[in-house]
Design a binder for this molecule. Structure first.
Ligand SMILES: *Cc1c(COP(=O)(O)O)cnc(C)c1O
Length: 271
C-alpha cells in the first residue's frame, strides 16, 4: 500500500509541550500519542501492534519518571549514560522497568551501559562495539543494539554514513553479547515534511537492502525512527520504534543541542 503523503511535522510545537505533573497527565499524553501512532498505521496499512512507543525521559526528574511508570511505561529512553545510570540506580526497585540508551556513547562509558541497559540504539563504531562486548562479558549480560545511521547527511549528526553500513553489519557477529535488532536514525530537524520523510525512506530502504545479506544472528527487523515532531511520518514509512519525549513528558528546559548536535547549533559562531 502506498503511504500517504501530506502528513506535516509538529516541529512548530518543539519546546511548547506542557509539563506532565501527574499520573493522569501521563496517562492522557501516552494515550494521545498512541492514538496518533495507530492512526498513522491505519493510513499506511500497517498493524498498530507493530510499533513500540519508547517514552524518552532525558532531563526529567525521578518523580516524573515514577509518574510515567505508574501510568504504564515499562520502557524509558535516556540519551546520556551517566544520567541514565543514576536514574536506574535510584529506581532499581522497579524491576519491570527497562532502559534504552539512545544517545552517542564514548568507550569509557560502556561500562555503565553494560551494567543496566536493556537496549542501546546508537551503535556507530567498532570501538564502541568492542568496549560494550568486553564489559557485557564481565557483567554476564547481553544487550539489544541498533546501528545508528546518519540519514540527513548533516556533518554534525552521529551515525554511520549509509554507504558504510553494509560492511559494518558484517563485522557484528564477532560480538556475541550484542544482539543486533535493526537500524536507528534521527531525521533532519525541519518543518519541510517531505525532506524529513526522505530520511525515513532512506533508512527503510537500507534495511530492506541489507536484510537478505545480513550475517546469521544479525536481525534487521527494527527501524527506530521518529520523535515528538515527526513520529507520524516515521510510522507511515515503517518505524517499528518511535522515541517520544516532549509530547509525553513536556518540553525540556535544556537546550537540545546539548543532547544531539544540529547543524544550526554547531555552525553558529559568534561573529
Ligand atoms: C531526545 C531524543 C528523542 C526525543 O525527542 P522529543 O522531541 O523529546 O520527542 C528522540 N531520539 C533521541 C536520540 C533523542 O535524544
Amino acid at each position: 500500500m502506498q503511504a500517504p503523503v501530506g502528513t506535516q511535522t509538529n516541529h512548530d510545537q518543539h519546546g511548547c509541550y506542557p509539563e506532565a505533573t501527574t499520573v493522569e497527565d501521563f496517562r492522557r499524553n501516552l494515550a494521545s500519542v498512541r492514538t496518533r501512532i495507530d492512526a498513522a498505521c491505519l493510513r499506511a496499512g500497517r498493524e498498530p501492534d507493530g510499533v513500540r512507543l519508547l517514552p524518552v525521559s532525558k532531563t526529567k526528574p525521578e518523580t516524573s519518571l515514577r509518574f510515567a511508570h505508574a501510568a504504564g511505561c515499562n520502557w524509558l529512553g535516556e540519551n546520556k549514560p551517566q544520567e541514565a545510570y543514576r536514574k536506574w540506580e535510584a529506581m532499581a526497585e522497579l524491576t519491570d522497568l527497562k532502559w534504552s540508551v539512545i544517545g552517542h556513547l564514548q568507550t569509557n562509558k560502556a561500562k555503565l551501559v553494560a551494567r543496566f541497559a536493556s537496549e542501546f540504539q546508537a551503535l556507530d563504531s567498532l570501538r564502541v562495539a568492542e568496549a560494550l562486548e568486553r564489559r557485557l562479558q564481565t557483567e554476564g549480560r547481553s544487550l539489544d543494539v541498533f546501528v545508528q545511521v546518519n540519514t540527513s547527511g548533516e556533518a554534525s549528526k552521529y551515525g554511520l554514513a549509509p554507504k558504510d553500513v553494509p560492511a559494518f553489519i558484517q563485522e557484528l557477529p564477532t560480538f556475541c553479547a550484542l544482539r543486533v535488532r535493526g537500524l536507528m536514525t534521527l531525521a533532519l530537524f525541519s518543518g519541510e515534511a517531505e525532506r524529513v520523510r526522505q530520511c525515513f525512506i532512506l533508512l527503510r530502504t537500507l534495511r530492506d537492502q541489507l536484510r537478505d545479506s545480513a550475517p546469521a544472528g544479525v536481525g534487521l527487523d527494527e527501524l527506530s525512527m521518529g520523535m515528538s515532531g515527526d513520529f507520524e511520518i516515521a510510522v507511515e514509512e515503517g518505524a517499528t520504534v518511535v522515541r517520544v519525549g516532549q509530547a509525553i513528558f513536556g518540553a525540556r528546559n535544556t537546550f537540545d543541542g546539548h543532547y544531539w548536535p544540529t547543524d544550526s547549533n554547531t555552525e553558529e559562531s559568534p561573529s
